[in-house]
Structures are given as C-alpha cells and as structure tokens.
Design a protein around this ligand. Structure first.
Ligand SMILES: [Zn+2]
Length: 416
C-alpha cells in the first residue's frame, strides 16, 4: 500500500468517525432538551410539538448513521476490495476494454450499484420514519412510477452525455480534465435552463396561482423589489410529502416562482409574502451566481488534480485497479473525492448560513420581520424541525441557522 492509499484510508475513516460522533451528539442533545420548550418559543410552540420534533430528529439519525457506514463500506469494497476492477473485467468480456461503450457501461453500473445501496435507506425513511410522523403522502405505486421516470431520465440524458465525455477525453489527451470540466459546467447550466419547463413537470403539476388577492400582493412585492418573473405557480407537493416550501427556479427570463400547495395551506398572506421576500433576498444578493463563481474554479482545480494524479505511477494500483483508462480514473476519483472534501463541510455550511441571514435581513426590509418570524415558527413546528440542535452538529452540517438565532435576529433589529 503506497502513501496515497494510506492518506485516502485515513481521510475516509476519520471522516466517518467524525460524522458518527456528531450524529451521536445530536441525538443526545435533542433528547436532553426534549422536556422543555426553549424560552423564546414558550408562547408559540406547544410542548407536544417540541417533543414530536425531538423524536423525529432522533428517529432519522440512525438512518443517517447507517447510510454513512454503508457508503464507506461501498467505497472500500470497490477500491481496496477490487470491486471496480471486477466490474471492469465483467464488462471487458462483452465490450472492448477502454472503449467508450465499455467506459459508459462501467460508470452506469456504478450508478446502479450506488442507487441499489441507497434504496433500503430511502424506503425506510419514506415508508418508515416519514410515514410514522405523518409526513409521507407518497403511495408505493407513485414511488415506483417516480423511480421508473427517474431511471428513464437518467438513461436518456446521462448515457449520451457520458459517451460524449469519454469520447472527448479520448481525443483531448493529457488535457482531458479541461474537457471534462467544460462539459460539467455546460451540463449544469443546461439543467438549470431546462429544469423548470421540461423536467419538473414530469414529476409534478404546476398550476398558475389562482388566489387573486395573494397574487396582487406578490406582484406588488416583486415591483417593490424590482423583480420580474415569468409566472407564479402552485406545485402539488402534497402528492409526496406534507413538508412545505417555496422556491425560485430557472435562469434569466425563464424565472418562475413556485409555491408548494402545502405552504399556502399553512401560512397566511403576510407570512407567504415574507417567505417569498426571503427567497427574493437570495436573488438580490446573487447567492446562486456567487456559489457558481466559487464552485466553477474549485471544480476545475479538483479536476486538474485528478489529471495529475491519474498520470502518477501507482495511482490505479493503490486503489485496487489493474486497468488504467479514462473511465476508471473518473470512477475512482468520484469514489474517493468525498473523503477529501468532507472537512470542507463546516465551511460550506457557514457560508450558506451567512446567505440565510442576508436573505432574512432583506425580507425584513422589503416585507415584514415579524411575519417572517411567525412563518418560521409555523414551519419549524409543522416540519418537526428541532429547536435545540447540538451546537457542534449544527455548525458542521446545518445550511440554515438554528431557529432561536435566526428568529432572535429578526426580532431584535439592531443585530441584523
Ligand atoms: Zn433561504
């Protein structure tokens, strides 16, 4: 085993141990605070809701832990266990090894294996925990239909793209990682463009917002904020889950505002306006573009490192591969990458929480801080989101600030 293999193994095991320790802390902290609603919420959240949130958080934690352990075992089996080499050899019986078709088959098989590994966890979450807490609305029939649609979509879009990627990698020679990056960026932008009009309608029904009074309010908010959109829509999120949300989708002129029907049911007009103003805040501060502006060069650097690594003698054999081709390099790389990016999780979470504070402040200026605060309280209550997360766990993983901090800032303007 060479130095690189040792480095990878250490990163993987340390990451797994950290994740499990944090999950354990989270369960303990939530359980320890189960019997008292935090003072700031004593008037708005009943004890029963608070306890339900604690139980929901604790019930989901073992699944997250199991998924982390299964994921690590999967990566170890495919690399050091020789699994990837075995898949490579099996396809080598039918397709010329190193060809584009062989590479596509190898990567697609990896995708299917990863999906199969996840399936028991997805089933346990959807039909176990989510159902137990009254969130799941998806029927087994719709679940199967969704799975078939997702697989068909992945095959129709993913397989040709993989073929183009492997083919251009073959042509590009040493600079193949540059091609891979350009293609990755192109796909990202393409998906953002076609998602709202072509892909999302395959899974949900979008109807124009019918409530005239609410529509007028939302349009007044948009004018006040200097935004234009190509439509306000209501999505039938209740077909799958009772969790509510509102979001913006699309780029440029194709921008749409989408409300989950479950959100409209829960919030009054003031609160809906405030939630939408928060989403507009993300747009106003260009959070999506900023993320892309950081992720694009970062992924270029990451792919350049892969280009360099794959050219080092011993890279393939250190990870259990005898075969050395473009598809194997990509497969190995994407298997080992998460172990090395895991330590960045707290940084990315911190960055995301800063964006949430900015969007909240924007909503407070353009709409109403008290309406947003009361919307958040309702959403925390109805989504059974814990009000008392473990501080360390929250720092590491939470993309949104803890409820008490967020609402505290909204209601004490000088801290905004
Ligand atoms: Zn937000």
């Amino acid at each position: 085993m060479n130095a690189f293999a040792v480095l990878f193994l250490c990163a993987l095991l340390l990451g797994l141990a950290t994740r499990l320790a944090l999950i354990r802390r989270q369960i303990r902290h939530v359980r320890a605070h189960r019997d008292a609603v935090p003072a700031a919420f004593a008037a708005t959240i009943p004890l029963a809701s608070h306890q339900r949130a604690a139980d929901y958080t604790a019930a989901r934690a073992p699944l997250a832990a199991g998924e982390a352990i299964a994921g690590a075992l999967f990566v170890l089996t495919l690399t050091f266990g020789g699994g990837l080499q075995a898949v490579h050899a099996v396809w080598g019986e039918v397709l010329p090894a190193g060809s584009v078709a062989h590479g596509v088959a190898l990567l697609a098989t990896l995708g299917v294996l990863g999906w199969a590994l996840d399936l028991p966890f997805v089933l346990a979450r959807t039909f176990g925990v989510e159902k137990k807490f009254g969130f799941n609305r998806i029927t087994p029939r719709l679940f199967i239909a969704d799975t078939v649609r997702e697989a068909a979509l992945a095959a129709a879009i993913g397989l040709p793209l993989l073929a183009v990627l492997l083919w251009s990698i073959g042509l590009a020679g040493e600079r193949w990682w540059l091609w891979a990056w350009a293609l990755w960026l192109g796909i990202n932008v393409l998906v953002m463009l076609i998602w709202p009009t072509f892909i999302a309608p395959l899974f949900n029904t979008f109807t124009p917002l019918a409530d005239a009074a609410l529509k007028a309010r939302v349009e007044a908010l948009l004018t006040r904020c200097g935004f234009r959109s190509s439509g306000l829509f209501v999505m039938d999120g209740s077909r799958r889950s009772a969790h509510g949300n509102a979001y913006f989708t699309g780029l440029g002129a194709a921008k749409r505002i989408v409300f989950f029907d479950t959100l409209l049911d829960k919030l009054d007009a003031d609160e809906i306006e405030a939630v939408l103003a928060h989403e507009l805040g993300h747009f106003h501060h260009r959070h999506l573009l900023r993320r892309l502006a950081v992720l694009a060069p970062a992924s270029l650097a990451v792919l350049a490192i892969l280009g360099w690594l794959a050219a080092q003698p011993g890279f393939f054999s250190a990870l259990g591969m005898q075969a050395q081709d473009g598809a194997s390099a990509l497969a190995l790389f994407f298997l080992i990458l998460p172990a090395f990016t895991f330590p960045l999780a707290p940084l990315l979470s911190h960055w995301s929480r800063t964006h949430e504070f900015q969007a909240d402040a924007y909503a407070a200026r353009q709409s109403s801080a008290t309406a947003l605060a009361s919307a958040l309280v309702k959403l925390y209550r109805d989504n059974a989101a814990t009000l008392t997360p473990d501080p360390l766990y929250s720092r590491f993983f939470d993309s949104h600030p803890p409820a008490a901090v967020r609402i505290g800032r909204l209601l004490t303007p000088h801290t905004r």
